[in-house]
Design a protein around this ligand. Structure first.
Ligand code: NI
Length: 400
């Protein structure tokens, strides 16, 4: 750990600048893959600070830079990641730093993630004598918009040159009070996939069903049959969801339509369950449709994979977090059915993704992520920065 008081003094000193950055990003939110202004400010800051090997325009607007430690040691490289994109939501907050971009809002806290990582960069640059190895800071586009920005950045080579040994990321969490940190070992956030099917029957008069193939009746059977996958085929101690969210068919009450369309979402936490459901949803739907004389067009679209935190890295974060906010304020995060594309980094290298509480009921900062009144308690920013700086130092100097 860095000397806690010295680090806290430094954080207090830079905090007004970090808050100003966060509010500036909040005021000028940019949608996925359009983070041109944000990425420009990030790159400019990194240059001014003296970060090495700054690379820009990676997978649209991604930025990376290196901070090289000066202490002799094992020479590992750790990646610290922030996402930069906002959401297509009109802001309803009446604050000084309200969005100036109509219909676009930082309603998930990525403004805070970006501002915090700029602060962390500065703090680590000032501590180059205290660590061995290299910190790679990474500012990512398009977390909110699958296929996301993480995978294209990895494909562009951000985990090489120098080769990254571990990756860490954090997310502001309005579910939890400011001053708390939530971590989870192993699977933490779900894989989020999508399916779409068209049942191709044969329409006709509603009063003369003979000779027709009714896609609505077939679709209804498929919806019911899909409910058996999680309840009857998945290990009951594991979590999964199959939801049919759309069922579109027919225009007239007395007409049997030609086709019916079903769409839905699938959430899983393991590769085995994900593969299983992808295969079984299609087999079940096709089997029912064919048995009843219809054809089926089926598409399964994979979204982000499950976010799986490495046990040793998560223990490291847990210990660091306990020193930052006190052991009583570090909690085991529940499984989350939402998805996050930091998962792609964790598929390649060990690491962990944790949550920094930002809710403050007394101040009315209670609205959740993606809500038009979402806002966070900025007292979460020093907590996130202190945690991330110490996670990097601890990993580079001692390993997990
Ligand atoms: Ni987010």
């Amino acid at each position: 750990m860095a000397t806690a008081t010295a680090l806290r003094d430094d954080i207090d000193e830079i905090l007004p600048g970090v808050v100003a950055d966060r509010r500036d990003f909040h005021e000028h939110p940019e949608l996925a893959n359009q983070e041109v202004r944000t990425a420009g400010i990030v790159a400019e800051r990194l240059r001014a600070l003296g970060v090495e090997d700054i690379r820009t325009g990676i997978a649209s607007t991604g930025v990376t830079g290196l901070i090289r430690g000066r202490k002799p040691g094992p020479g590992r490289t750790v990646l610290l990641r922030a996402d930069m994109d906002a959401l297509p939501i009109p802001e309803e907050n009446d604050v000084e730093y309200r969005s100036q971009n109509p219909g676009v809002m930082h309603a998930c806290g990525h403004d805070a993630h970006t501002a915090m990582l700029l602060g962390v960069t500065r703090l680590l640059l000032d501590r180059r004598d205290e660590f061995a190895g290299t910190v790679k800071v990474l500012f990512q586009p398009a977390e909110e918009f699958p296929p996301g920005g993480a995978k294209p950045m990895i494909d562009a080579g951000v985990l090489d040159d120098p080769k990254v040994d571990a990756a860490f990321g954090q997310h502001i969490a309005q579910e939890h009070p400011v001053g708390e940190i939530w971590v989870r070992t192993g699977p933490a956030m779900a894989a989020a996939d999508r399916f779409h099917m068209v049942i191709k029957g044969k329409g006709g008069h509603g009063a003369r069903p003979q000779g027709t193939i009714d896609p609505i009746v077939i679709g209804a059977q498929i919806v019911v049959a899909l409910q058996t996958l999680v309840s009857r085929s998945i290990d009951p101690t594991e979590e999964a969801v199959v939801t049919v969210g759309t069922f579109k068919a027919g225009e007239a009450f007395n007409v049997i339509p030609d086709t019916a369309e079903l769409g839905g979402t699938v959430r899983t936490f393991t590769a085995a369950n994900r593969d299983f459901l992808e295969e079984r949803i299609e087999k079940l739907a096709r089997g029912i449709a064919n048995a009843m004389g219809a054809d089926l067009a089926f598409r399964y679209i994979r979204g982000y994979p499950a976010t799986v935190n490495d046990p040793a890295m998560t223990d490291l974060v847990r210990e660091v977090a306990a020193a930052v906010v006190g052991p009583d304020n570090v909690h085991e995060s529940p499984l989350m059915m939402g998805a996050e594309d930091f998962s792609y980094f964790l598929e390649e290298v060990p690491g962990t993704f944790w949550f920094v509480g930002s809710k403050n009921e007394e101040r009315g900062l209670i609205w959740g992520h993606h809500h038009p009144r979402f806002d966070l308690d900025e007292a979460s920013l020093p907590v996130g920065m202190e945690t991330m700086v110490n996670v990097a130092l601890r990993y580079l100097n001692e390993g997990a």
